[in-house]
Structure formats: structure tokens, C-alpha cells
Design a protein around this ligand. Structure first.
Ligand SMILES: Cc1cc2nc3c(=O)[nH]c(=O)nc-3n(C[C@H](O)[C@H](O)[C@H](O)COP(=O)(O)O)c2cc1C
Length: 399
């Protein structure tokens, strides 16, 4: 089960704002994450405290309430899967139709890169005004989803169109437009993550510095986008994301066995795990005693899981490999892409300060079959995960 979408909910200063707590509750109940933005005038109709309590997140009200380096007017619309403005006043409709950005909500709309549903609500005469109708037409032409107001008695006592659609209808329309469905709903993703651990003797191991953070971020984001996810992981300090089908392994052989066993049932395999290239040929049965001035361990090569699975891949399956390199990243990544037979390769330089192993940030190159190389810049791993999954959706499941 997916964990739901990130909904940015803008509330402007109309009387129908009193119904919005029910909309927040409906979305949260359906496991969506709701971030509420109130205009200054909306606060006259509904309190931030109510919406904060129901959404579980601080309500955003001011453009200039900045904490540290965060800039919510850009970051929130960037993170959102969709935005809803309800009720949408004549004023906010006019502002977004004309690109005006003079408060937090209107500024966020300009920074939005996701679908937008506008739910107008106003007095009938205001609604029929040619200026409002012209602004609505601009939004329609721009591809904004509009949920026309209903006809009936309005709060001001007049009759006619202008009444905000009921909360149930807003939820139904979001559902019908497919806006609440994650792009990976119905898809099965297998993710490997973390390091592998090879025994030297009963107390010592050979391993690597992988923290598992990148793979766990991919698994969490895939779940959120509606996918069914299995995570095969080497030992890490991270809790498995809630809802994931979790398989714990230690050695490269165990990881290979688990990946080969489950791969046939999955649409996509994303191999973020840092699989050790070598293992000790014959681990000692008992703890090796200290005494010699030097010690030689005889290492043998581990299986190349990525290559082996690329060889078994059906045409309907999609394979994503990861390459952790040190220096000459682009060159090494291109070589690895050709050698491994993957559909997408994500490469990072693990020596970069503040990125890669153990860090919450990463900077990667994404290589595809057409030879295109996308450079992400330094981003949180959750955002890198979103970029990678976006590419998988585009390439493995085109509309
Ligand atoms: C009691 C009351 C109810 C209002 N209801 C609406 C409404 O339903 N729709 C609307 O467009 N404006 C309504 N307004 C006017 C808006 O609040 C006003 O145009 C304001 O500038 C909107 O600001 P905002 O879009 O930034 O929230 C109402 C004003 C008052 C005093």
C-alpha cells in the first residue's frame, strides 16, 4: 500500500473556508500528507490551529517566516505532488491568472510544477463578473483543473452559481482526475540496499561504508508513489520504511539468492546495494588468534548480481544499476553502463564531501539508453530518489 500523495492545500479568504478542515481530514484519512497554506484573509475564517491539528503539520501563513535556509514558497510547491486551492476567491483567481505573486499562496503557485485544482467560491454577482470569467478562462486554457461552483443559496443569502463544491465532491474529482493516484500504483519494485558483509572468522567481517540511506529513500518514495515494494537489505542502522516487504541479508551470495528468487515477480529492480566484490574464500571456523606479524587473507570474487540479473531480465522488466565510483565519474559510469546491460545507471562519486556514503545528501549522474546523462546537483537523498523514480516512470511506463 502506498503512503499517499503530498498535497499542498491553499485556502483563501472566502466564507467556505469553514469547510476546509473536513477536506484536510478526508485527505489525511486516505493517507495523504497535507500541507496547508492560508492567505492573511483566510485566517479570518478558519484558524491555523484547527488545520495544524488536523494535518499534523505547521500551517504556512507568511512569506517571510523563514527558518534557517528553508524557503517554503519554493520548497513546498517543489515537493508537492499536487496543489488544491479551496475555496479560491475572486482575488486569488485573478492573481494566479495574471502571474501576481504578492503573498505566500500566490507565490507558491508560480513555483509549482505539479497539477493544480482550483475550487472557486464566491457571491453569484462576483462569479458572473466578466473579469472573473476571463480569469477562469485563462486558467482553463493553461491546463489548471477547475471545479465549477454549485448553484444554490449562498452564505450571503443570494441564489445562483458561486457555492463551493462540497468536500466529498472535491475528493471525488481529485480521485477521478487520477490526481491522488501515485504514478507507481499497481507497479512492483524490488530494491536492494546497504552494504554486504562477508565473514573472515566468527567475529570479523569484510564490509563497506554503505549506510543504505539511498536505497531506503528509494523504497520509501516508491511506496509513497503507490508501488508495492520489496527491500532486500544488508545490515544498516535504518528502520525499514513502513509498508515495505523486507528481506534482511548479509553476504553477497545471500543478496544474489534473494534478488534472483524475487526478481521474476517484479516490474522494476533498483540495485542500490553496495555489494562487496570479494569475500574470504574460506572463513575461519574459530576466531583467528593474534600472533603473526602479518596475515594474508585469500579473497575470491563475489558474483556480479547486476550483470547476472541483466542476463535474466524479461523485455517487460526494467533494471536500474548504481555505481559508486571514486573520480572520473562520467567516464567510469559510461563504461559500466555498457558493461552491465542495465536500462538506467545512477552513478555517484563517493569521495565528494557531504555526499554519497552515510550522508543525507547526494549528487548523481543518471545515464539512459539514449546516451543522455542527467546531472542532479547536490540534493537530499529523498529528492534524488524522486528524480530516479520519475525517470523510471517516464521510461518504463510511458503513458
Ligand atoms: C464575510 C466575508 C466573506 C467573503 N467571502 C468571499 C467569498 O466567498 N469569495 C470571494 O471571492 N471573496 C470573499 N470575500 C472577500 C475576500 O475576503 C477578499 O476579496 C479578500 O481580499 C480575499 O483575499 P485572499 O484571496 O488573499 O484570501 C469575503 C469577505 C467577507 C468579509
Amino acid at each position: 500500500m502506498g503512503k499517499g500523495m503530498r498535497v499542498l492545500l491553499g485556502v483563501s479568504g472566502g466564507i467556505a473556508a469553514y469547510k476546509i478542515p473536513y477536506l484536510v481530514r478526508g485527505l489525511v484519512k486516505a493517507h495523504h500528507e497535507v500541507r496547508v497554506v492560508l492567505t492573511r484573509h483566510a485566517r479570518e475564517f478558519v484558524t491555523p490551529l484547527t488545520l495544524e491539528t488536523l494535518s499534523g503539520f505547521p500551517v504556512l501563513t507568511s512569506l517571510f517566516e523563514i527558518h534557517g535556509s528553508s524557503m517554503p514558497h519554493i520548497e513546498e510547491p517543489f515537493r508537492a505532488d499536487l496543489m488544491v486551492i479551496a475555496p479560491a476567491t475572486a482575488n486569488i483567481i485573478g492573481k494566479i491568472a495574471n502571474g501576481i505573486a504578492d503573498d505566500l499562496l500566490s507565490t507558491m503557485v508560480l513555483a509549482l510544477d505539479a497539477p493544480l485544482l482550483v475550487v472557486p467560491a464566491m457571491n453569484t454577482r462576483m462569479y458572473r463578473h466578466p473579469a472573473v470569467q476571463a480569469n477562469l478562462e485563462i486558467l482553463r486554457k493553461r491546463g489548471v483543473h477547475l471545479l465549477e461552483p454549485g448553484t444554490g443559496e449562498l452564505a450571503c443569502g443570494e441564489e445562483g452559481p458561486g457555492r463551493m463544491a462540497e468536500v466529498e465532491e472535491i475528493l471525488r474529482v481529485l480521485e477521478n482526475l487520477g490526481l491522488l493516484k501515485g504514478p507507481l500504483r499497481g507497479k512492483k519494485l524490488l530494491v536492494t540496499a546497504g552494504p554486504t558483509v562477508e565473514p573472515v572468522d566468527p567475529v570479523r567481517v569484510l564490509t563497506n561504508r554503505s549506510s543504505g540511506k539511498m536505497g531506503y529513500a528509494v523504497a520509501a518514495e516508491a511506496l509513497r508513489q503507490g508501488a508495492e515494494v520489496m527491500l532486500i537489505s544488508g545490515p544498516t542502522c535504518l528502520p525499514p520504511p513502513e509498508g515495505v516487504d523486507f528481506v534482511a541479508v548479509e553476504t553477497a551470495w545471500e543478496m544474489q539468492e534473494a534478488a534472483e528468487k524475487h526478481f521474476p515477480r517484479y516490474d522494476v529492480l533498483i540495485m542500490t546495494a553496495a555489494v562487496g566484490d570479494y569475500r574470504v574464500e574460506t572463513p575461519a571456523k574459530e576466531k583467528m588468534k593474534k600472533g603473526e606479524a602479518s596475515l594474508t587473507l585469500h579473497l575470491v570474487e563475489n558474483p556480479d548480481i547486476l550483470k547476472s540479473l541483466a542476463g535474466r531480465k524479461r523485455p517487460d522488466q526494467f533494471l536500474v544499476g548504481f555505481a559508486a565510483e571514486t573520480g572520473s565519474l562520467r567516464e567510469k559510469a559510461c563504461r559500466k553502463f555498457t558493461a552491465k546491460g542495465v536500462d538506467l545507471l545512477v552513478a555517484n562519486d563517493v569521495t565528494e564531501e557531504g555526499a554519497g556514503f552515510g550522508s543525507d545528501m547526494n549528487r548523481v549522474l543518471i545515464l539512459d539508453r539514449t546516451g543522455k546523462v542527467e546531472e542532479t546537483g547536490l540534493l537530499p537523498k529523498s529528492e534524488i530518489a524522486r528524480r530516479i523514480l520519475g525517470r523510471i516512470v517516464d521510461e518504463a511506463f510511458p503513458p
